[in-house]
Design a protein around this ligand. Sequence first.
Ligand code: PMP
Length: 358
Amino acid sequence: MAKQMTTNPETFLRRRIADISAYHVEPFTADVILDANESPYPPPPALAGRLRKIMGEAAFNRYPDMNSVALRRAIAQMEGVDEDEILLGNGSDEIISYLMQATLDPGGWILTPSPTFSMYKHTAFCLNVETAEVPLLDDWSLDITRTLDEIKIKKPGVIFLASPNNPTGACVSPATLSAIIQAAPGLVVVDEAYVDFADSSVGPLFRERPNTVIFKTLSKAGFAALRLGYMMADRRLVAGVNKTRLPYNINSLTQALATEVVNSWSELLPLFGDIKKERERLLAALWAIPFMEPYPSQANFILARVKKNAGEVFGSLLKDGVRVRWFKGSARLGNFFRITVGSPAENTALINSLKGMS
Ligand code: PMP
């Protein structure tokens, strides 16, 4: 009999993987879920009916269309770009990974502001790519002087700018973006995951500036369950990044459902409008709570400083059935909540719970 292997298989992990944590979402139960930047709304009834019918027609025994032709065509039409300027991912999370795999060698650098969406740095780390982080200024705007300095020193292959940024809700100004694109030795990603709630979009910027890439996702628009993100870029870059894409990364259900969603986009606009209106009501209501200091936002969430014990406030909210995102343990954001804009009833539940603590 072969000798029993007793080595802990964990020891086979790469050192840097053994040392990090998996992406974690706290499994709190709550009636009012305001911690994940999801839409509070299901699809409008007519669209929901069409989606149910499409689900019933899926060919479960067949592989999906490898190139998601119908879905890319629908997105191209909505965005006013060509199909070969679009690459699809299982969420924009997957696009982050593909873009980095295609463009960065181990030991290379990316640059991000800080704080921002954690997956840029996490994905880079897994690929042995380093991250230069430039702290945002106190009003959450970009520190352009330090950013330009870091660009010169680190020569990042990719610069990631989420606009609106998660978790601050602030957009990158056109002048700042222009200066960064001008100085960048590599690619500049403008991640517009939250653009449906913003006053403006950069549009198909890659047409004038071929070193730029635009990311978008259906996740915040009410379809987080589908896991569909996409990047738009120069077709030569799209073709190159496509070489890293896993076969059939977009499943048949997502392809068929997302095609209908994209073709029905105008039916969703009133919901985005409602969320933006609620965001402003929530902002004013948070301002009226003596221990909350919210920041203006262009996204479907609001970042707010908690001016008393954040852990206690978080615990009291949970007791009232309200879940927000608390950046527990973070050096800069340990006293901050990121609060997703919910339905009017959900936002009122949050405000009433906070009022009960003042
Ligand atoms: N970009 C930003 C800025 C985000 O906040 C998120 C979601 N948290 C993503 C991308 C990822 O979105 P998706 O659900 O499409 O993977």
